[in-house]
Design a protein around this ligand. Sequence first.
Ligand code: SF4
Length: 338
Amino acid sequence: MKSDEALATHFVVTLVYPGIQDQLLETLPMSPGLSKSRIVAWRQCPRRLWLQVRRPELLQTSAADERNFQIGFEVGEVARSLYPDGILIEQRDLSQALVETQAAIANHPDRPIFEATFERGRVLAQADLLLPEGAGHRMVEVKASTGVKDYHLDDCAIQAWVVGAARPLAGVELAHIDNRFVYGGDGEYAGLFRHNPLDERIGPLLEQVPDWVAGARATLAGDDPATPPGDQCDRPFACPFQAHCGANLPQAEFPLALLPHLSAKKREALEAQGIQDLRAVPPDFPLTQKQARVRAATLAGTAELSPQAAVDLGKLSYPRFYLDFESMSLAVPRWAGT
Ligand code: SF4
């Protein structure tokens, strides 16, 4: 399985691909309303939220985004399968989802609810898992990452702010993939998720949520914020409006982004010198070995061929089989023993 960091990058779900949640929000009479995803988009960049709502036709998603979206769905389905008596609130119409959630809580207080939908102050949130506990519920957000990330805290704080106003919450947890899990087969996924209580960590953020809501509303009420592209365009998620926002910027033939794992600090240092093209990186600028090789090969205009590679390959006997395991980024293991 990939490293924690790589998985986190690969398996971002609805925050990267907001289309369906946005469409659902339009089913409400109060549109344009706010959702957790929209507020998180605003937290990344106010312009991202503005474009998402006012100019959705400019959004560009890649095949990788769609694949990650499917992975997110798959992770959600597996998480739900671990609670066979759960009730799924269908999402075709959010107004109806709000009604169905209340009915499920009233009629089945002892059963888990999936995608339970709540509204507070015209902000909507859907809880991945709402598990009965005591007189209320424990809320669990399910993520396809392999750890808790800082941006998950914002996400869960917004969720808790909305849901907690309607239901007593016995706790807020984030369930992520446990990358030590080994699938035994037969659809048995108990143990795939590791649950992390987040109550203490989101406590201070809960007080900030009303300010985030107000900020997001102010953004939507105004004109295009015209925020210039910057670090926020890739952190914590690759923004799907980069083609639009960067359309009028001069494009380097070999942008700095081609240097593998170039830190934000180093990129900013280069940009401060007006350097946008990796061929202009000064020879004495501190690069990693890999970055220096990319720079050298780009300057030379030829592929780098390592004589040692031929020596090493020559030691391997035939027949040879090649599997690039990184081309498969499964969050849910599919084969027993993986
Ligand atoms: S591309 Fe960058 S500047 Fe444009 S909306 Fe996205 S995050 Fe904001």
